[in-house]
Design a protein around this ligand. Structure first.
Ligand code: ATP
Ligand code: MG
Length: 397
């Protein structure tokens, strides 16, 4: 029996003139991900992308392709379906052979039919009744429940064949990755920033990442952990460019010249300037951080104002209104949590002030900043930058 995967478009069906460009991004992504697994014929019709195996090997790898499709932003539903001739006898035989596995463990079902090929010589309700009857003939203990079934069987008569499936699962939702512009994620080794990256990717923002290290105060293991986090995000994006910049000299200069209470704020302003510079050079138009209001001293309203003042482009903070618990839940779901909690130091935890300012005045911060040579320090940090490109599966450097 031949099995295929159906991926259903989400929000993009509401788009008018741009819809084609969204569809093109999605199709390209489906092709890329499927072709890494095997040979598949892929096409797009009626708000659905079809993936059909060309070979037995490709058929055998359908589970892997299915998992990959569930992680593409822009699809709301993903289903596996059996395909057969558009002929009642074949449909019934296929339903009897294919559905028992899918319906095992459910108490009630309903069957729906849809004909987009109206030449099929039977009305949809009649076809649904026939297929429902066929299911009952092989699973007599199953109950039909039209109002509130545990699972719905669908028979779709489409252009290239009849498709029978049960149990469509949710897709990743959101908008096609890359359809909403380009951003730069400030990626630390913590729990919040990978989640922030995921949230913005889901809205279609293409992301590169920047990580600030402070060698030898931070270790290579800490940097590798961040690369691992980036590769975990690649389950959604495909691949990611990660820029790394060293803040060592800046941190030493701040320690030697400025009041301790201001270390973190001054450091964060350097991060913003460097991130803005990198963004401009790489044609990225927004910064993304994992900040959440009030979570730590540097994330009070006043502190964020002081930090933001040093950035030259918009900052997106998708976690701003989330509790730590909510952020952790997402982090577990997207698969970054276990890496995030590995116990490595971050540059923000080097020379941490004992009493960080929670209500800083910008003027006072600027006075402190004037005690170091901002331009020279920034230039030196800028020249330390290097680039790594990571892919999904590049785990454990
Ligand atoms: P996270 O869990 O994301 O590390 P956090 O709660 O530890 O966040 P902070 O350390 O104050 O909070 O950092 C706030 C945000 O600043 C992070 O979410 C991240 O976007 C950015 N950031 C912090 N440290 C770094 C770093 N070393 N490199 C790049 N970005 C960083
Ligand atoms: Mg952190």
């Amino acid at each position: 029996m031949k099995e295929v995967i159906l991926c259903k478009y989400g929000e993009i069906v509401l788009k008018g003139n741009n819809r084609n460009s969204f569809e093109a991004i999605l199709l390209k992504e489906v092709r890329r991900r499927a072709s890494e697994v095997g040979e598949y014929t892929i096409w797009n019709m009626q708000s659905t992308v079809y993936i059909e195996p060309d070979t037995d090997e490709a058929q055998a790898m359908l589970d892997e392709v299915y998992d990959r499709m569930k992680k593409i932003f822009g699809f709301v539903g993903v289903a596996r379906a059996a395909v057969c001739e558009k002929e009642l006898g074949a449909i019934i035989e296929t339903a009897k052979a294919y559905l028992p596995d899918k319906l095992a463990g459910y108490a009630s079902f309903r069957c729906e039919a849809k004909r987009s090929d109206k030449r099929f010589p039977m009305a949809s309700p009649e076809l649904a009744g026939e297929v429902g009857g066929a299911v009952l003939s092989v699973m007599p203990r199953l109950k039909v429940d039209l109002k509130n079934p545990d699972i719905t069987v669908r028979v779709e008569i489409r252009d290239r064949g009849a498709y029978i499936h049960a149990g469509q699962e949710n897709g990743a939702g959101g908008m096609p990755y890359g359809s909403a512009g380009r951003g730069l994620l400030l990626l630390s080794g913590g729990i919040d920033s990978p989640v922030a990256g995921f949230m913005m990717m889901k809205r279609g923002l293409y992301l590169e990442a920047i990580h600030f290290e402070s060698f030898p105060y931070t270790s290579e293991a800490a940097r590798d952990k961040v690369l691992t986090l980036a590769s975990e995000l690649c389950a959604y994006s495909g691949r990611m460019r990660v820029h790394v910049i060293s803040l060592t000299k800046i941190q030493e200069a701040l320690r030697d010249n400025c009041e301790e209470d201001y270390f973190t704020l001054l450091l964060r302003r350097f991060m913003m300037r460097l991130a803005t510079r990198l963004a401009e050079q790489s044609r990225l138009e927004a910064l993304v951080t994992g900040e959440s209001l009030g979570q730590v001293a540097s994330q009070t309203l006043k502190a964020m104002h002081v930090t933001e003042d040093a950035a030259g482009i918009p900052i997106f903070r998708p976690c701003i209104g989330m509790d730590k618990e909510e952020i952790i839940r997402i982090s577990r779901r997207i698969g970054t949590f276990d890496t995030s909690i590995l116990p490595y130091e971050d540059c923000c935890t080097v020379f941490t002030p004992r009493h960080p300012r929670t209500q800083p005045e910008l003027e006072k911060v600027l006075e402190q900043e004037a005690l170091v040579d901002v331009t020279a320090l920034e230039e030196e940090a800028w020249n330390s930058r290097y680039l790594r490109t990571v892919r999904f599966g590049d785990i454990g450097y």
